[in-house]
Design a binder for this molecule. Structure first.
Ligand code: HEM
Length: 545
């Protein structure tokens, strides 16, 4: 279908003539769709379309579908609009679809107190963070607003409508990952300053020197809005935890060789810590790295399990044992796919299908000593410095997924009727929505505080002082996610039990809860650490105990 045809204008009478199997047109929200060829492949059946052939089918359409369907199928099926070409936009169109190519204009930020920003998004109460909905904020400035708008436009048009299909295929087109690089999103997702020294790519709407942890928060949060953990981990999972040790601890030569390709999205990386027998218990890992007699290489042997993005990775940031037992014998090595002895196989998991969960084996892999990240036997420290960034990423995603569960439930509760009333008119359903919202907002507000603290401290200080609170917040966010996925599933009923369709996001997210509650420190470990670590810090600060 050409764009010109899409602009064609028809009258209701024109459409009414196309009311048969041979020529089957319908109207949805003032737009005209030719379903003549599509009717045979319509997952909801052919007959149901015949009943609305030649008619305005908006009401029936919105009863059975969510907005993503139109975004996905319009380019193929829409042939025009009713009346003038500039008719009222549909629900799906109201989100801008195509990003205009404009020259990047960095936003210059003033430090004056601000009025609330223009309301943004669907304005469903608690469906987005408060600062999106016209409430005042002291955390965000115009550059955050600009980035939020830019990412949402991309996610709405290019990611969300395809997330379900990609998850089923267990693969996201490589072009999407490269686009993450081209837009400067990968360079901005390292938990450090925007690394202008290793890439010429610049974000379109944020001056690199102004890029902060809130920008990374917004980026991750908006991508998570597509409602697929598999997708977020495909785009940010391996990279967000595998690349920071390289930029912080690799030698200058290795950084110069490796980082440009990683930041542009041409090369991929993953983090290999977990083993078949060592998960949250990092200090007990057994993958060995023995130095050769000439001291120029390590010979690496061992297995790593549940490695996100491993099947596509060019680089592996690997925790190995170079010394004695326990945490003081661990080092981090950058292993490369081109090194003989590196093997990967995809693992079958209950969720996160498009994230490429991998089993990695290292058999006598010869790694030059220059690929050591940090100092020998001090890798545990490198792993620890990674944790705040990794956990904040998990918290951001888990809480947006909770919001997606809530937002989808709220929308569905406004259209589904039972016992003669909309779901939202039943107090029991409103109680479910309220219990979801209060948890999401509490988590989000604590999260914003943690991001603000992270912005205000150097990394060493943040690791020590925020480690406990961030661990506690991780547990809170995954408990909230589990709660919201369950409640949303109950609200959607059978639709959340079958794959795809209106309940598709809920069904998928429900299967993804464990991927958030277990890795990056299980809930049990996080809760315990939140108290232990905070006590340690506050004893130094003079807690009166
Ligand atoms: C532009 C026109 C349409 C497109 C592109 C379309 C596409 C789809 C798709 C992709 C599904 C699979 C479920 C999902 O992913 O949501 C579906 C299901 C369905 N569609 Fe349509 N559809 C269209 C129009 C209609 C109309 C006009 C009706 C009703 C008169 C209808 C009734 C249904 C029903 C009953 C289902 C099954 C829902 C379920 O499994 O719960 N569709 N449609």
């Amino acid at each position: 279908m050409t764009t010109q045809q899409t602009q064609q204008s028809f009258s209701v009478e024109d459409v009414s003539k196309h009311n048969s199997e041979e020529s089957l047109w319908i109207i949805v929200d003032n737009n005209v769709y030719d379903l003549s060829s599509f009717q045979n492949e319509h997952p909801g059946g052919k007959k149901i379309l015949k009943r609305v052939a030649g008619k305005d089918a908006s009401k029936m359409f919105w009863k059975y579908h969510s907005a993503g369907i139109l975004k996905k199928y319009s380019p193929k099926l829409q042939i025009g609009s009713i009346g003038s070409a500039a008719s009222a936009p549909s629900k799906a169109e109201s989100a801008p679809a195509v990003q205009e190519k404009k020259a990047p204009v960095p936003v210059v930020v003033s430090t004056e107190p601000k009025e609330p920003f223009e309301p943004f998004g669907d304005i469903i109460p608690f469906g987005d963070p408060a600062w999106y909905q016209g409430y005042a904020t002291s955390y965000y400035n115009e550059s955050h607003v600009a980035l939020r708008n830019e990412v949402r436009e991309w996610v709405d048009s290019a990611l969300e409508p395809n997330a379900g299909e990609w998850d089923e295929k267990k693969e996201v087109p490589a072009e999407i990952y490269r686009e993450m690089g081209r837009r400067g999103y990968l360079a901005g997702a390292l938990g450090v300053h925007y690394p202008t020294e290793y890439t010429d790519i610049r974000p379109a709407c944020v001056a690199p020197e102004q890029w902060d942890h809130f920008h990374e928060f917004i980026l991750t949060d908006e991508i998570a809005r597509a409602g697929s953990g598999g997708l977020v981990w495909n785009l940010l999972g391996g990279y967000g935890i595998g690349a920071p040790p390289v930029i912080k601890f690799a030698t200058p030569q290795v950084k110069k060789r490796v980082l440009p390709g990683l930041l542009s999205g041409d090369k991929r990386i993953c983090l290999c810590i977990t083993e078949p027998d060592a998960g949250s218990d990092v200090a007990n890992l057994t993958t060995s790295a023995a130095k050769t007699e000439d001291g120029k290489h390590y010979i690496v042997n061992g297995e790593k399990k549940w490695i996100t993005n491993g099947i596509w990775a060019d680089y592996f940031t690997v925790a190995v044992r170079t010394g004695k037992e326990g945490m003081n014998g661990i080092s981090l090595l950058l292993i490369e796919k081109t090194m003989p002895g590196v093997n990967v196989r995809r693992m079958d998991c209950s969720g996160m299908w498009s994230s490429g969960t991998t089993y990695v084996t290292f058999e006598d892999v010869k790694v030059p000593v220059e690929n050591l990240l940090g100092k020998e036997n001090q890798g545990f420290k490198v792993v620890m410095t990674n944790f705040n960034h990794e956990r904040l990423g998990i918290i951001i995603q888990a809480n947006r997924f909770s919001r997606v569960c809530y937002e989808e439930s709220m929308k569905y509760a406004h259209k589904r009727k039972t016992f003669g009333k909309r779901l939202v008119d039943h107090p029991v359903i409103r109680t479910k929505l309220a219990n979801m919202a209060i948890r999401i907002e509490a988590t989000h507000n604590w999260l914003e505080n943690m991001i603000f603290q992270t912005n205000s401290m150097n990394e060493q200080e943040a690791m020590l002082r925020l480690g406990g609170a961030i661990a506690g917040l991780k547990a809170q966010s995954t408990q909230t996610f589990e709660y919201c996925a369950r409640e949303a599933a109950q609200i959607f009923g059978g639709l959340s039990y079958s794959r795809g369709g209106q309940g598709g996001k809920i069904e998928r997210l429900y299967r993804e809860v464990r991927a958030y509650a277990i890795p990056g420190g299980s809930e049990e470990i996080m809760l315990d650490l939140s108290i232990r670590q905070s006590l340690r810090v506050h004893q130094v600060l003079g807690a009166k105990l």
